[in-house]
Ligand binder design. Structure first.
Ligand code: TTP
Ligand code: MG
Ligand code: MG
Length: 437
């Protein structure tokens, strides 16, 4: 066998030349960015995530920002959406309150999010992914799983090289950078893409999975958030290695189905397939207030504005949702979600709002809230959405009126038609941010 096919000798991520021996620098271009791993050419499941996504897009569009710390986020009481890697060196993190971020990094340039622009760039990246394989499962605006099994003939090169070429192409054509994780399962591909950001390329093979995971914290496991990690901590479990030494029955007795999941994932056992149809699981919009709010009088108009936002996104994408989900975050950061299933999927602001308002009416008990969100899940295409309401003729009338408003807005822009409830929405809230799960 020719040594250039030895995966341990790998290839150069800059010029894509295969290396004939193990080296620190590329034999052809001298770059130190080499990929090498015993399973390099055997693995085909990838997770790709853009680096500091919103900030990277803003830097691309304004070269003056290149060497400056940049924070993308809302108003005074808002939180950080993301920060560029320069700002991160100073301690700025996603979800950090803006005032704290500016304490840590006073010279940062703060930019309000431009969701439409980021969605557009996200779609461009996604389209480039779909040129590599039909098996692309988007997870959020800036990341997706790709299954490249069986594509070697098509591309004339193994998945690892296809992915490195893809990263290079995104930099050249879109002007932002991505990190790639390559493995044999979703769990570890996702973990890998996070290992050496930004411009990362990490491989986790089957042979090393157990030992790789052993000293990692339980929070690395998908679905183990802060709350569950605290439960495990109380039971003395911190590392994945500890989970590896526990019996499956014992884990299930203690933690139910989550215990079963812990048992398998701790061993790097994850047989979930890349699922193209599970694209967006919900469409929602939420906003954090400048000051905490408790009354229906304050919350309802904001809910209306958010419902319109969700509705307009559903209409744009030609989808509808059957379950309406209301989300509230209390002053002390406790999350409340309430949901209701409708008889038929909807894409109408009026139905989303009416359902949301009903759910909200039981939560306006004096509690102070810092955030409200509304969304729909159980997504379908909109063919079966919003059949005429034979019982509630008023609702049917409103649905027809909404159709007319959409047409006017399409012609003359959003500002042309404001419904009564959305007046004054700017008083307390930041512009709603759209979220896809
Ligand atoms: P992430 O991929 O989690 O983060 P990132 O791309 O900014 O940085 P990294 O290099 O670590 O991947 O999220 C993608 C975008 O989603 C991010 O640019 C902004 C947005 N976002 C929020 O608005 N709030 C949040 O709390 C997080 C985590 C992300
Ligand atoms: Mg990212
Ligand atoms: Mg991401």
């Amino acid at each position: 066998m020719l040594s250039v096919n030895d995966p341990a000798h790998g290839f150069c991520r800059d010029c894509l030349t295969r290396q004939s021996k193990a080296a620190r620098r590329c034999e052809r271009c001298g770059s130190p960015r080499l990929a090498a791993h015993p399973e390099l050419y055997a693995l085909s499941l990838a997770h790709i995530d853009c680096d500091a996504f919103y900030a990277a897009v803003e830097k691309r569009d304004n070269p003056e920002l290149a060497d400056k710390p940049v924070i993308i986020g809302g108003g005074k009481r808002g939180v950080v959406s993301t920060a560029c890697y320069i700002a991160r060196i100073n301690g700025v993190r996603s979800a950090m309150p803006m005032f704290k971020a500016l304490e840590a990094c006073p010279h940062a340039v703060v930019i309000k999010p431009d969701m439409e622009k980021y969605a557009r760039v996200g779609r461009e990246v996604r389209q480039m992914m779909q040129a590599l394989t039909p098996l692309v499962q988007p997870i959020s605006i800036d990341e997706a799983f790709l299954d490249l099994a069986g594509t070697e003939r098509l591309h004339g090169m193994p998945p690892a090289l296809v992915l490195a070429r893809f990263a290079r192409q995104v930099e050249k054509e879109i002007g932002i950078t991505v990190s790639v994780g390559l493995s044999y399962c979703k769990f570890l591909a996702k973990v890998a893409s996070d290992l050496n950001k930004p411009r990362g390329f990490s491989v986790i093979g089957e042979a090393e999975a157990l030992s790789f995971l052993a000293d990692k914290p339980v929070t690395m496991i998908w679905g183990v958030g802060k709350a569950f990690a605290a439960v495990l901590e109380r039971d003395g479990v911190r590392s994945i290695g500890q989970l590896q030494r526990m019996e499956r029955a014992e884990l299930m007795r203690r933690y139910g189905t989550m215990g079963d999941r812990l048992y398998h994932l701790a061993r790097g056992e994850d047989d979930r397939a890349v699922d193209v149809d599970r694209e967006a699981k919900s469409v929602s919009a939420e906003t954090t207030f400048n000051e905490d709010l408790s009354s229906a009088a304050d919350l309802v108009p904001i809910l209306r504005a958010l419902s319109e936002k969700v509705s307009s996104r559903l209409k744009k994408s030609g989808i509808a949702g059957r379950t309406v989900v209301l989300k509230l975050k209390t002053k002390d950061f406790k999350l409340r979600t309430r949901n209701r299933q409708l008889a038929d999927p909807t894409r109408l602001a009026d139905r989303i709002f009416a359902t949301g308002r009903e759910l909200l009416s039981r939560e306006t008990d004096g509690t102070l809230y810092r955030l409200i969100g509304i969304g729909v899940s159980d997504l379908t295409d909109d063919a079966r959405a919003d059949p005429p309401d034979l019982v509630d003729r008023q609702a049917d009338k409103r649905a027809k009126a909404e159709g007319a408003i959409d047409i006017l807005r399409g012609k003359f822009g959003r500002a042309a038609v404001e419904t009564g409830y959305t007046f004054g929405k700017g008083r307390n809230a930041h512009p709603p941010e759209a979220v896809d799960d």
